[in-house]
Write a protein that binds this ligand. Structure first.
Ligand code: WTA
Length: 695
């Protein structure tokens, strides 16, 4: 896929002692403000918070960190012993790894040979510990006043019924199950039911289009698809079953047929009678699942048996099926959850992410429930019926830990403080941020206004691939710097390397890599181990390459600066530029397309597409709309380009490679920073593009 020479932003980086300054300039491009002064800006934890925190000082963190990197096997074994294992691991074989491609096949194994089950640990174990009557899931519907809840004991019943149904229809250990559900309680229930019987779930975010869903169905060939008929999100109704129907038609054309489409009836959005139905294939959840017994034996699985597949974007058009296994993922998500949010059993935890993304896997479902936490699941849109909805929910459930994305913080910040101040929010204790770098002004608003300057912010840097948090400020342990994810989690050894793959020490900037495996690491890309090695382990031999740029300041704090590959981060959603390009060129009137990310005030990055039309086709507003619609239909609404820039030609090298560096400068209107254009096959193209910039 990409080699170091393809990595972008190289030109913006320097490895001299003033490197941090250079990276700040890069940040300024991404975040729209300078970080120059932020490096010295410390926000101290309040002594009260630190005193009762799980990790109350930097010294305590450092001691634990040291142990975790000097003896990872010992460190993680002690932690693993707190969970239930049907069979223990061999103490001499806690971790086997090779992440150095020059030493052969890349391979990561933790606790192999041990047997456990994550559903047992997330549900049954909490009941055995006497917490059967504790609320596991609070559910808040799209409309205020619409709600529900399940205790751990009730959750177990619901999970077992679905698990029994799945077994009865022939879903066995190792089989794939596609889940295409909105944020109903049935979504975590479905994940846990699969885990209970050893089936491998693949949740597809319910904002993906039929074509994207079909692509995933074709790749993992599930026995069954679980969905619901429709959902309300804000004022809109989304007809999910129709999307599934077209996806199944599409996959059948590719010789992948799915026998059963289990459909949850969501009466607040759509009546059963109005739902299109294919007899013999479609089954109403409510007609079958409640008839099954509420007890279901556990399938004990190997720690290295697959738990789930989650497709994510890369730098080619084809999404990657990131594969996570059971044991290491379980202890890693649970432990990171506990420390990142200073979790206490009395907490009420709300993460606004959808279970269709990794954040919803690790920090709506597994991490919190394995800790026995009460989790809030919210179906609706955070600005519906108005911009105060989040704080209304916080007060209603007395939420103590609130975890969200910078894009939401920025959009609510724009609505003004009044919507926040209308609510008390005094239950809040810890705030969290994920998905993209949080710019210091959004950080401050989140801290001062939402958290009343009382709640530490856990700015968690991690990825679908890492399974759990990698770099984050453990709250209460040390002073924070607004905009910095601060320090690595236990067992995580970050390395900043230069373009030759040489690790650089001290204050510097470059490419963020990780030196050793950690229990939550992904083990392969489904069906494509070679792509796994090429994308992540070949660019810098001996390291896992994250795809992110990063700098380390004089105090050792890490500052993430955004992707350095052809992936853009729109509202915290990862989108491959190649995916959007391939959607655009599928339009009959599009000859060629090049997509770049451009700074966006609310979304972090917006999608900016240069489009060359087929010879003789005139530009028109209608065509622009139809191009955007094509992307919505092929990927999903969240990937719709913000701007279509007509391009009579694209800047290419003589060997035909598109010079994205130049396109990025044109997109951000940094026209005096175009650099050397003399190597272009046709330098005149640049002037043509500039002339059409505002057409
Ligand atoms: C970005 C989401 C800075 C980063 C969990 C990463 C962040 C990509 C942060 C992964 C953060 C995520 N600060 N950047 N706190 N969190 N990112 O796979 O570029 O959807 O590589 O996982 O999001 O996105 P993914």
């Amino acid at each position: 896929e990409l080699g170091p020479s393809d990595l972008r932003h190289v030109e913006s980086m320097s490895h001299t002692p003033s490197g941090a300054g250079k990276i700040n300039k890069l940040n300024a491009v991404i975040l729209g403000e300078s970080l120059a002064s932020e490096e010295n800006d410390l926000v101290m934890p309040s002594p009260g918070f630190s005193q009762s925190a799980l990790i109350s000082s930097q010294e305590q963190y450092e001691k634990m960190y040291k142990k975790s990197v000097e003896d990872p096997a010992g460190f993680w074994s002690v932690i693993a012993s707190e969970f239930y294992w049907e069979e223990k691991w061999n103490p001499n074989e806690v971790c086997k790894e090779n992440i150095d491609v020059t030493n052969g096949r890349v391979n990561i194994e933790w606790f192999k040979g041990a047997k456990t089950n994550i559903c047992y640990n997330a549900v049954d174990r909490n009941i055995s510990a006497g917490n059967g009557d504790k609320v596991a899931i609070y559910w808040e519907g799209n409309e205020p006043g619409q709600d529900g809840q399940l205790t751990f004991a009730q959750l177990l019943d619901r999970v077992c019924q679905l698990a029994n149904y799945l077994k009865q229809v022939g879903v066995n250990k190792g089989d794939a199950v596609i889940i295409y559900l909105p944020m109903l309680m049935e979504l975590p229930i479905a994940m846990l039911a699969c885990a209970r019987i050893g089936a491998v779930h693949s949740v597809v975010f319910a904002g993906f289009s039929a074509e994207s869903l079909a692509q995933r169905i074709i790749d993992c060939k599930p026995k069954i698809v679980i969905t619901c008929n429709a959902v309300r999100r804000g004022p809109k109704v989304i007809f999910l079953k129709d999307i599934v129907d077209s996806a199944l038609t599409e996959s059948a054309k590719n010789n992948v047929s799915v026998d059963i489409c289990l459909t949850y009836e969501n009466p607040s959005a759509m009546k059963r009678e109005e739902t299109k139905w294919q007899d013999g294939r479609d089954v109403w959840w409510q007609d079958v699942v409640p008839n099954f017994p509420t007890k279901c034996d556990i399938e004990w699985v190997d720690a290295e048996d697959p738990l789930f597949l989650l497709y994510t974007s890369g730098s080619t058009g084809k999404p990657k099926g990131v594969l996570h296994t059971t044991g290491g993922y379980m202890i890693y998500t649970a432990t990171t959850f506990k420390y990142a949010f200073d979790y206490k059993p009395s907490d009420i935890y709300w993460c606004t992410a959808d279970c269709g993304w990794i954040t919803g896997h690790s920090y709506v479902t597994y991490g919190p429930l394995v800790n026995g936490a009460s989790v809030l699941v919210f179906e609706g849109a955070p600005n519906y019926p108005d911009a105060g909805r989040c704080w209304d929910i916080v007060d209603k459930y007395k939420v103590t830990i609130f975890y969200t994305a910078p894009t939401l913080v920025r959009s609510l910040m724009r609505e003004g403080d009044e919507f926040v101040k209308r609510y008390s929010r005094k239950s809040l204790r810890v705030l969290g941020s994920v998905g993209e770098p949080i710019n210091p002004s959004a950080w401050r608003w989140f801290f001062n206004v939402v958290g009343d300057s009382r709640c530490p912010i856990s700015d968690t840097w991690w990825q679908t691939e890492t399974g759990g948090f990698m770099i984050l400020p453990i709250p209460g342990a040390w002073p924070q710097k607004p905009g910095s994810a601060t320090f690595p989690f236990f067992g995580v050894q970050p390395a900043i390397v230069d373009e030759k793959g040489k690790e650089i020490e001290g204050e510097c900037s470059g490419y963020l890599c990780i030196k050793k495996s950690w229990p939550g690491a992904f083990r392969t890309l489904y069906g494509d181990h070679e792509r796994y090695e090429t994308t992540y382990f070949k660019p810098f031999a001996g390291y896992y390459f994250t795809g992110d740029g990063c700098s380390r300041d004089k105090d050792g704090y890490y500052w993430l600066t955004g992707r350095v590959d052809d992936v853009i981060n729109v509202s915290g959603h990862r989108i491959g530029t190649a995916e959007v390009e391939s959607a655009l060129v599928s339009h009959p009137q599009c000859a060629e397309a090049a997509v770049v990310g451009v700074e966006h005030e609310v979304k972090g990055q917006g999608i900016y597409a240069f489009v060359t039309l087929v010879e003789g086709v005139p530009y028109s507003e209608e065509l622009r709309k139809s191009l955007i619609l094509t992307v919505r239909n092929q990927i999903g609404a969240f990937a719709a380009p913000d701007k279509i820039h007509w391009a009579p030609g694209l800047p290419k090298t003589r060997s035909g490679k598109i010079m994205r560096r130049i396109l990025r400068k044109i997109a951000s209107r940094q026209l005096n920073e175009l650099g050397d254009t003399s190597t272009l096959a046709d330098p005149g193209v640049v002037d043509q593009l500039i002339a059409l910039a505002d057409c």
